[in-house]
Design a protein around this ligand. Structure first.
Ligand SMILES: Nc1nc2[nH]c(O)nc2c(=O)[nH]1
Length: 370
């Protein structure tokens, strides 16, 4: 039996069910017997993966966590989880700001949805898998990557856990054909090529881990970080922005896909004029960002900057809440091996009337492509 420890946090500030299997992270496993989530993770300060368990009981002002690793110390695990859940960020402060600057958000309550700080390499690969895909399939791909190409790290409660494969492990252990057989489709090529470039980048930048390279990129400004991320095959602006937000804690970055573009046009009347489109192209030429210039969709980039201006320094978190609302349900792996869809823990709207933003009439989709 694993020993559980507590971290104080209110349910309105962190709701595990609304965060761990809602399109941000894809490797948490729900254990229906013990009512907890489990995953393998690498903890800051240690080189190797271990197993983490997190649990939240209804009505409790804390989460519980446990772990299995021969060397991990309690204090470091606790510190890591606080960082992972970004508990230093006070959601209420940002919510107050959004309410004051955006009438569309006045009835939206975060309901414990937070942006996670995930391991950057895993975030990059997971979001390459996410292009034109849904959460169910992305989840299967991420689990397939770990179980076929990662290292076995142990079994806990009859579930076997694996590490997320490093770029070298993917290059050495996987082929494009095998990935296609495991259901990656055209993304198989992207993953192999990205892993190959990452192994080269590690040498170029004198880094020992994939994570180090990506964190090194994040030391530049946002535009340069995104340019460097988009050097990897299969990484366009949306994937790069998801990595910036969820893997590199650039909190003001708003990833814009077709769903975000839809509500931006419909509810915020954001649409770039021809002049604004020309200005965006000119900016990226002037900034000497050739990959961005080639890959960017100026209409979507305009929406990104407008929403960032509207929502402020934690704009990406506001996007996360609306994204989660759009997905509508939580979808994730279970100990039975099946991917299951559940209703989200509770509603995001507070007493919404017919005229309100993102009403049920306009957003009923539960099978959202991620
Ligand atoms: N918060 C967000 N989660 C996501 N998952 C996914 O596939 N895209 C997104 C996103 O834009 N925001």
């Amino acid at each position: 039996m694993v020993k559980l420890y507590k971290i104080s946090v209110k349910q309105e500030d962190l709701r595990l069910q609304n965060v761990l299997q809602a399109g941000q992270a894809f490797r948490w496993i729900w254990d229906d017997k013990n009512h907890w989530y489990m995953t393998s993770m690498i903890i800051v300060g240690y080189e190797t993966y271990g197993i983490i368990i997190v649990k939240q009981e209804e009505g409790c002002d804390y989460i519980e966590f446990g772990f299995q690793h021969p060397k991990w110390e309690l204090q470091k695990v606790e510190e890591h989880l606080k960082q992972y859940f970004r508990l230093e960020v006070d959601l209420n402060t940002h919510q107050d700001l959004w309410k004051s600057t955006d009438p569309n958000l006045k009835n939206i309550s975060p309901q414990g949805i937070r942006i996670l700080f995930q391991e950057p390499w895993e975030t990059l690969i997971s979001f390459i898998c996410s292009s034109n895909n849904n959460i169910n399939r992305i989840t299967k791909m991420c689990h397939n990557l770990t179980s076929h190409f990662g290292d076995k790290i142990g079994t806990f409660e009859d579930t076997t856990f694996y590490s997320f494969p490093t770029s070298e492990q993917i290059v050495e252990r996987a082929t494009e054909e095998e990935l296609r057989e495991f259901g990656f489709g055209y993304r198989a090529k992207y993953i192999i090529e990205t892993a190959k470039l990452m192994t080269k980048d590690k040498k170029t930048y004198g880094c020992t881990t994939d994570q180090e390279v990506l964190l090194h990129f994040a030391a530049s400004n946002y535009e340069e970080t995104r340019e460097k991320l988009m050097r990897y095959t299969g990484v366009g602006p949306k994937v790069a922005d998801c990595v910036c937000l969820m893997g590199l804690h650039l909190d003001d970055v708003v990833p814009v896909d077709v769903h975000v573009a839809r509500f931006a046009k419909r509810d915020y009347h954001i649409a770039a004029s021809k002049t604004e489109i020309a200005e965006i192209r000119a900016t990226y030429t002037k900034l000497d960002l050739p990959i961005t210039k080639k890959k960017i969709n100026p209409e979507l980039d305009f929406i990104r900057t407008e929403l960032t201006k509207k929502w402020g320094p934690f704009a990406g978190w506001a996007q996360g809440i609306l994204f989660s609302k759009e997905v509508g349900s939580v979808i994730g792996a279970t100990t039975s091996g099946d991917i299951k869809t559940k209703k989200r823990a509770f509603k995001i709207e507070e007493d919404v009337d017919e005229s309100d933003f993102l009403s049920k009439k306009t957003l009923t989709s539960t099978k959202v492509e991620a």
